[in-house]
Design a protein around this ligand. Structure first.
Ligand code: CA
Ligand code: CA
Length: 138
């Protein structure tokens, strides 16, 4: 199933109107290792640790392997509970199971914006520190 990149990118932009957190989406067909390890490699490769408040969030999706991860930077982990992303996962998982990638990503992004808002509210004069385009792997 194809992914509507435009819709996903719109959802990134909308989520970032809720929060100063910077959210990126990376999509590839195969996940070469453990999904959290892979997300962490991608996070570094995209230089996502370079936000001022260390509040970058990577949403990682491997379509062939159906692997999915949400990885937040240190600034987020320092202030939130361990199960911070659980409700977001719970929203996404049934959609991912159905291969409904676009909807899964858009809902995940919406939920990330809502969750992050409490800890990292959107500030006037916000700078877009990380590109809102989808990052595509192989
Ligand atoms: Ca921003
Ligand atoms: Ca951004």
């Amino acid at each position: 199933m194809s992914i509507d990149t435009k819709l996903v990118e719109k959802a990134i932009t909308e989520a970032e109107l809720q929060t100063s957190g910077e959210i990126r989406v990376h999509i590839e067909s195969h996940c070469p290792s453990d999904v959290m390890d892979r997300a962490s490699v991608v996070f570094s490769a995209l230089k996502m640790h370079k936000t001022q408040a260390r509040n970058g969030v990577l949403i990682y999706l491997s379509t062939q392997d159906r692997k999915f991860a949400i990885l937040g930077d240190g600034g987020i982990n320092a202030v939130v509970a361990d199960d911070f992303w659980q409700s977001t996962y719970d929203i996404a998982l049934p959609l991912l199971k159905d291969g409904n990638w676009t909807e899964a990503l858009c809902r995940t992004l919406h939920s990330c914006g809502e969750q992050l808002k409490a800890h990292f509210p959107y500030q006037k004069g916000d700078i877009d520190e990380l590109d809102n385009t989808v990052s595509w792997g192989d």
